[in-house]
Design a protein around this ligand. Structure first.
Ligand SMILES: [Zn+2]
Length: 355
Protein backbone atom coordinates (compact mmCIF):
# COMPACT_ATOMS: atom_id res chain seq x y z
CA UNK A 1 0.00 0.00 0.00
CA UNK A 2 1.17 3.38 -0.82
CA UNK A 3 0.96 6.02 1.81
CA UNK A 4 0.65 9.45 0.29
CA UNK A 5 3.77 11.41 0.96
CA UNK A 6 1.59 14.34 2.03
CA UNK A 7 0.35 12.34 5.10
CA UNK A 8 3.82 11.43 6.22
CA UNK A 9 4.79 15.05 6.07
CA UNK A 10 1.82 16.01 8.22
CA UNK A 11 2.76 13.40 10.73
CA UNK A 12 6.34 14.60 10.85
CA UNK A 13 5.28 18.18 11.32
CA UNK A 14 2.94 17.15 14.10
CA UNK A 15 5.67 15.34 16.03
CA UNK A 16 8.16 18.02 15.38
CA UNK A 17 5.89 20.81 16.40
CA UNK A 18 4.82 19.14 19.63
CA UNK A 19 8.50 19.26 20.60
CA UNK A 20 8.80 22.77 19.32
CA UNK A 21 5.83 24.10 21.23
CA UNK A 22 6.60 22.48 24.53
CA UNK A 23 7.83 25.11 26.93
CA UNK A 24 11.14 25.17 28.71
CA UNK A 25 11.64 26.07 32.33
CA UNK A 26 14.26 28.76 32.16
CA UNK A 27 14.74 29.97 35.64
CA UNK A 28 13.43 30.20 39.17
CA UNK A 29 13.32 33.55 40.94
CA UNK A 30 12.46 34.54 44.50
CA UNK A 31 11.20 37.67 46.14
CA UNK A 32 9.64 38.77 49.38
CA UNK A 33 8.29 41.81 51.15
CA UNK A 34 7.02 42.39 54.66
CA UNK A 35 3.91 40.25 54.20
CA UNK A 36 4.41 37.78 51.45
CA UNK A 37 6.91 35.65 49.64
CA UNK A 38 6.99 35.02 45.93
CA UNK A 39 8.43 32.32 43.73
CA UNK A 40 8.48 32.93 39.98
CA UNK A 41 8.97 30.20 37.42
CA UNK A 42 10.18 31.65 34.13
CA UNK A 43 9.03 29.68 31.09
CA UNK A 44 9.93 30.05 27.45
CA UNK A 45 6.24 29.97 26.50
CA UNK A 46 2.78 30.12 27.96
CA UNK A 47 1.61 26.76 29.14
CA UNK A 48 -1.42 25.43 30.91
CA UNK A 49 -0.97 23.73 34.24
CA UNK A 50 -2.75 22.64 37.36
CA UNK A 51 -1.45 23.06 40.88
CA UNK A 52 -1.86 21.27 44.15
CA UNK A 53 -1.00 22.78 47.51
CA UNK A 54 -0.03 20.81 50.58
CA UNK A 55 1.03 22.26 53.94
CA UNK A 56 4.58 23.07 52.92
CA UNK A 57 4.54 21.91 49.34
CA UNK A 58 3.33 23.05 45.93
CA UNK A 59 3.07 20.73 42.95
CA UNK A 60 2.78 22.22 39.48
CA UNK A 61 1.61 19.75 36.87
CA UNK A 62 2.09 20.97 33.34
CA UNK A 63 -0.42 19.91 30.73
CA UNK A 64 2.13 20.03 27.95
CA UNK A 65 5.55 18.61 27.72
CA UNK A 66 8.04 20.65 29.66
CA UNK A 67 11.76 20.74 29.16
CA UNK A 68 14.26 21.41 31.88
CA UNK A 69 17.79 21.72 30.56
CA UNK A 70 19.63 23.15 33.51
CA UNK A 71 19.44 22.57 37.24
CA UNK A 72 17.30 25.17 38.94
CA UNK A 73 18.74 27.06 41.86
CA UNK A 74 16.68 27.25 45.01
CA UNK A 75 17.05 29.84 47.75
CA UNK A 76 16.36 29.53 51.44
CA UNK A 77 12.56 29.66 50.98
CA UNK A 78 12.79 26.10 49.70
CA UNK A 79 14.21 22.94 51.16
CA UNK A 80 13.61 20.76 48.12
CA UNK A 81 13.02 21.13 44.44
CA UNK A 82 12.08 18.25 42.22
CA UNK A 83 11.25 17.92 38.53
CA UNK A 84 9.57 14.71 37.48
CA UNK A 85 10.08 14.36 33.78
CA UNK A 86 7.73 11.41 33.49
CA UNK A 87 4.71 13.18 34.93
CA UNK A 88 5.70 16.68 33.88
CA UNK A 89 5.58 17.87 37.44
CA UNK A 90 7.59 20.43 39.31
CA UNK A 91 7.40 20.05 43.05
CA UNK A 92 8.56 22.72 45.48
CA UNK A 93 8.96 21.99 49.19
CA UNK A 94 9.04 25.05 51.41
CA UNK A 95 10.95 25.53 54.61
CA UNK A 96 7.80 26.40 56.55
CA UNK A 97 4.09 25.90 56.07
CA UNK A 98 2.76 28.29 53.46
CA UNK A 99 -0.44 30.24 53.87
CA UNK A 100 -3.01 31.68 51.45
CA UNK A 101 -1.13 30.63 48.32
CA UNK A 102 -2.05 32.34 45.06
CA UNK A 103 -0.75 30.61 41.95
CA UNK A 104 -1.24 32.15 38.51
CA UNK A 105 0.21 32.56 35.03
CA UNK A 106 1.47 35.84 33.65
CA UNK A 107 1.30 35.47 29.89
CA UNK A 108 4.30 36.01 27.74
CA UNK A 109 4.81 39.52 26.50
CA UNK A 110 7.27 40.83 23.95
CA UNK A 111 10.81 39.80 24.84
CA UNK A 112 9.71 38.48 28.18
CA UNK A 113 9.28 35.06 29.62
CA UNK A 114 5.98 33.54 30.46
CA UNK A 115 5.75 33.32 34.22
CA UNK A 116 4.06 31.13 36.78
CA UNK A 117 3.85 33.08 40.01
CA UNK A 118 3.41 31.55 43.45
CA UNK A 119 2.55 34.13 46.11
CA UNK A 120 2.08 33.05 49.68
CA UNK A 121 2.06 34.36 53.21
CA UNK A 122 4.77 33.29 55.54
CA UNK A 123 3.85 31.41 58.65
CA UNK A 124 4.35 33.82 61.48
CA UNK A 125 7.39 32.68 63.33
CA UNK A 126 6.79 31.95 66.95
CA UNK A 127 8.90 34.10 69.23
CA UNK A 128 11.44 32.15 71.21
CA UNK A 129 10.89 32.56 74.92
CA UNK A 130 14.02 32.90 77.02
CA UNK A 131 13.72 32.83 80.78
CA UNK A 132 16.39 34.88 82.52
CA UNK A 133 16.64 33.95 86.15
CA UNK A 134 18.65 36.31 88.38
CA UNK A 135 19.78 34.06 91.22
CA UNK A 136 18.79 34.71 94.85
CA UNK A 137 16.80 37.79 95.94
CA UNK A 138 14.99 39.20 98.96
CA UNK A 139 16.03 37.55 102.22
CA UNK A 140 18.44 35.34 100.26
CA UNK A 141 21.27 37.66 99.28
CA UNK A 142 23.55 34.90 97.94
CA UNK A 143 27.29 35.37 98.22
CA UNK A 144 28.74 38.59 99.64
CA UNK A 145 31.62 39.98 97.62
CA UNK A 146 35.00 41.29 98.74
CA UNK A 147 33.69 44.72 97.84
CA UNK A 148 30.59 44.05 99.93
CA UNK A 149 28.38 43.69 96.87
CA UNK A 150 25.61 41.13 97.12
CA UNK A 151 25.23 38.34 94.59
CA UNK A 152 21.46 38.96 94.35
CA UNK A 153 22.11 42.52 93.12
CA UNK A 154 24.80 41.57 90.62
CA UNK A 155 22.56 38.92 89.09
CA UNK A 156 19.61 41.32 88.87
CA UNK A 157 21.74 44.02 87.23
CA UNK A 158 22.91 41.66 84.49
CA UNK A 159 19.38 40.25 84.06
CA UNK A 160 17.97 43.74 83.47
CA UNK A 161 20.71 44.43 80.93
CA UNK A 162 19.84 41.19 79.15
CA UNK A 163 16.17 42.13 79.05
CA UNK A 164 17.06 45.40 77.35
CA UNK A 165 19.46 43.82 74.87
CA UNK A 166 17.16 40.96 73.90
CA UNK A 167 14.32 43.46 73.32
CA UNK A 168 16.16 44.54 70.14
CA UNK A 169 15.64 41.10 68.65
CA UNK A 170 12.07 40.62 67.49
CA UNK A 171 12.24 36.84 67.36
CA UNK A 172 13.37 36.55 70.96
CA UNK A 173 11.34 37.35 74.02
CA UNK A 174 12.71 37.52 77.54
CA UNK A 175 10.78 36.72 80.68
CA UNK A 176 12.52 37.50 83.97
CA UNK A 177 11.79 35.29 86.97
CA UNK A 178 12.16 38.46 89.06
CA UNK A 179 12.75 42.09 88.12
CA UNK A 180 13.19 43.41 91.64
CA UNK A 181 14.71 42.44 94.96
CA UNK A 182 12.33 39.61 95.72
CA UNK A 183 12.61 36.15 97.26
CA UNK A 184 11.66 33.22 95.02
CA UNK A 185 11.74 29.52 95.79
CA UNK A 186 13.76 27.45 93.34
CA UNK A 187 10.72 25.55 92.08
CA UNK A 188 8.91 28.84 91.49
CA UNK A 189 11.64 29.73 89.03
CA UNK A 190 11.26 26.56 86.96
CA UNK A 191 7.49 26.93 87.23
CA UNK A 192 7.74 30.33 85.52
CA UNK A 193 9.65 28.65 82.70
CA UNK A 194 6.97 26.02 82.35
CA UNK A 195 3.92 28.29 82.33
CA UNK A 196 5.63 30.51 79.75
CA UNK A 197 6.36 27.51 77.57
CA UNK A 198 10.00 28.54 77.54
CA UNK A 199 12.51 27.58 74.88
CA UNK A 200 15.51 28.30 77.11
CA UNK A 201 16.25 28.87 80.76
CA UNK A 202 19.32 30.84 81.84
CA UNK A 203 20.09 31.28 85.53
CA UNK A 204 22.62 33.94 86.59
CA UNK A 205 24.88 33.60 89.61
CA UNK A 206 28.24 34.69 90.95
CA UNK A 207 30.33 32.15 92.81
CA UNK A 208 32.34 32.18 96.05
CA UNK A 209 35.36 30.07 96.96
CA UNK A 210 37.54 29.88 100.04
CA UNK A 211 40.56 29.95 97.77
CA UNK A 212 40.61 33.66 96.95
CA UNK A 213 42.66 33.08 93.84
CA UNK A 214 39.97 31.07 92.10
CA UNK A 215 38.37 33.15 89.38
CA UNK A 216 36.63 32.99 86.02
CA UNK A 217 33.32 32.09 84.46
CA UNK A 218 31.85 28.60 84.68
CA UNK A 219 28.72 27.13 83.13
CA UNK A 220 26.58 24.39 84.59
CA UNK A 221 24.10 22.03 83.03
CA UNK A 222 22.17 19.27 84.72
CA UNK A 223 24.25 16.17 85.47
CA UNK A 224 23.22 12.86 83.94
CA UNK A 225 22.72 11.44 87.43
CA UNK A 226 20.51 14.30 88.60
CA UNK A 227 18.50 14.17 85.40
CA UNK A 228 18.01 10.41 85.79
CA UNK A 229 16.74 10.95 89.30
CA UNK A 230 14.39 13.69 88.13
CA UNK A 231 13.11 11.52 85.30
CA UNK A 232 12.50 8.63 87.69
CA UNK A 233 10.59 10.89 90.06
CA UNK A 234 8.43 12.17 87.24
CA UNK A 235 7.74 8.65 86.04
CA UNK A 236 6.82 7.53 89.59
CA UNK A 237 4.43 10.36 90.27
CA UNK A 238 0.89 9.10 90.66
CA UNK A 239 -0.63 11.97 88.81
CA UNK A 240 1.09 12.04 85.47
CA UNK A 241 -0.66 15.13 84.27
CA UNK A 242 2.77 16.64 83.72
CA UNK A 243 3.44 17.65 80.20
CA UNK A 244 6.89 17.15 78.89
CA UNK A 245 7.91 18.24 75.44
CA UNK A 246 4.23 18.97 74.77
CA UNK A 247 3.49 15.25 75.14
CA UNK A 248 0.64 14.52 77.49
CA UNK A 249 1.88 11.62 79.60
CA UNK A 250 -1.42 11.06 81.37
CA UNK A 251 -2.76 8.93 78.54
CA UNK A 252 0.30 6.73 78.00
CA UNK A 253 1.20 3.39 79.52
CA UNK A 254 4.04 3.48 82.03
CA UNK A 255 6.43 1.86 79.58
CA UNK A 256 5.75 4.46 76.92
CA UNK A 257 5.91 7.16 79.57
CA UNK A 258 9.39 6.07 80.60
CA UNK A 259 10.61 6.02 77.04
CA UNK A 260 9.16 9.45 76.27
CA UNK A 261 10.64 10.93 79.43
CA UNK A 262 14.01 9.40 78.64
CA UNK A 263 14.06 10.66 75.05
CA UNK A 264 13.00 14.15 76.07
CA UNK A 265 15.51 14.28 78.90
CA UNK A 266 18.38 13.22 76.62
CA UNK A 267 17.47 15.72 73.94
CA UNK A 268 17.22 18.50 76.52
CA UNK A 269 20.65 17.68 77.99
CA UNK A 270 22.07 17.70 74.45
CA UNK A 271 20.53 21.06 73.67
CA UNK A 272 21.80 22.52 76.96
CA UNK A 273 25.32 21.41 76.06
CA UNK A 274 25.04 22.98 72.62
CA UNK A 275 24.01 26.27 74.21
CA UNK A 276 26.96 26.06 76.62
CA UNK A 277 29.33 25.56 73.69
CA UNK A 278 27.96 28.65 71.95
CA UNK A 279 28.42 30.60 75.20
CA UNK A 280 31.99 29.45 75.74
CA UNK A 281 32.78 30.47 72.17
CA UNK A 282 31.73 34.06 72.96
CA UNK A 283 33.14 34.29 76.50
CA UNK A 284 36.48 32.93 75.31
CA UNK A 285 37.17 36.17 73.46
CA UNK A 286 36.90 38.64 76.30
CA UNK A 287 36.42 36.84 79.63
CA UNK A 288 38.37 34.71 82.06
CA UNK A 289 37.13 31.16 82.05
CA UNK A 290 37.43 28.71 84.89
CA UNK A 291 39.20 25.47 83.96
CA UNK A 292 36.77 22.81 82.80
CA UNK A 293 34.36 25.64 82.05
CA UNK A 294 31.41 23.35 81.37
CA UNK A 295 30.43 21.58 84.59
CA UNK A 296 27.60 19.30 85.62
CA UNK A 297 25.54 19.50 88.78
CA UNK A 298 22.12 18.79 90.22
CA UNK A 299 21.02 22.41 90.68
CA UNK A 300 17.27 22.54 91.19
CA UNK A 301 16.73 25.35 88.66
CA UNK A 302 18.22 23.13 85.94
CA UNK A 303 15.74 20.34 86.48
CA UNK A 304 13.17 21.08 83.79
CA UNK A 305 13.35 17.93 81.73
CA UNK A 306 12.02 19.58 78.59
CA UNK A 307 13.64 23.04 78.66
CA UNK A 308 17.34 23.41 77.83
CA UNK A 309 18.77 25.10 80.92
CA UNK A 310 22.12 26.64 81.79
CA UNK A 311 23.39 28.19 85.00
CA UNK A 312 26.12 30.79 84.56
CA UNK A 313 28.50 31.56 87.40
CA UNK A 314 29.68 34.93 86.09
CA UNK A 315 32.83 35.02 88.21
CA UNK A 316 33.97 34.79 91.83
CA UNK A 317 32.89 37.38 94.36
CA UNK A 318 35.65 35.93 96.58
CA UNK A 319 38.33 36.98 94.10
CA UNK A 320 39.57 40.56 94.09
CA UNK A 321 39.70 41.00 90.31
CA UNK A 322 36.44 39.20 89.60
CA UNK A 323 34.71 41.06 92.42
CA UNK A 324 35.70 44.40 90.91
CA UNK A 325 34.68 43.27 87.44
CA UNK A 326 31.27 41.99 88.54
CA UNK A 327 30.46 45.46 89.91
CA UNK A 328 31.67 47.10 86.71
CA UNK A 329 28.98 48.19 84.20
CA UNK A 330 31.34 47.67 81.32
CA UNK A 331 32.01 44.07 82.31
CA UNK A 332 28.30 43.41 82.93
CA UNK A 333 27.53 44.75 79.46
CA UNK A 334 30.16 42.50 77.91
CA UNK A 335 28.78 39.41 79.62
CA UNK A 336 25.25 40.32 78.55
CA UNK A 337 26.34 40.94 74.93
CA UNK A 338 28.08 37.59 74.83
CA UNK A 339 25.00 35.80 76.16
CA UNK A 340 22.75 37.47 73.57
CA UNK A 341 25.14 36.52 70.77
CA UNK A 342 25.41 32.94 71.99
CA UNK A 343 21.63 32.55 72.27
CA UNK A 344 21.12 33.92 68.75
CA UNK A 345 23.79 31.62 67.36
CA UNK A 346 22.21 28.70 69.16
CA UNK A 347 18.77 29.36 67.65
CA UNK A 348 20.24 29.93 64.19
CA UNK A 349 22.10 26.66 64.44
CA UNK A 350 18.96 24.94 65.67
CA UNK A 351 16.91 26.26 62.77
CA UNK A 352 19.51 25.13 60.25
CA UNK A 353 19.50 21.68 61.78
CA UNK A 354 15.70 21.63 61.71
CA UNK A 355 15.44 20.57 65.32
ZN1 LIG B 1 24.25 31.86 93.50
Amino acid sequence: MKVPIKNILYLLIFFYSSELFSAEIINLRFGSDAQKNRVVIDLSDDTSFSSKVFEDKVNIKFNEKIILKYDLKKNDQLTKLNFLKKTNELSLTFKRKIHAPNIYLLKKKKNKFSRIVIDYLREREKQKIIIIDPGHGGKDSGAVGLMKQLEKNVTLEVALLLEKKFAKHKKLKVVLTRNKDQFLKLRQRTRIAKVNNADLFISLHADYHKNKRTRGISLYTLSEKASDKEAAALARRENRSDLIGSVDLSTETSEVTNILIDLTKRETLNQSSHLVNFMIKEFKNDMNLLQRTHRFAGFAVLKSLDIPSVLIEMGYLSNKEDSKLLANKNYQNKIADDIVKAVRNYFNWKEKNNS
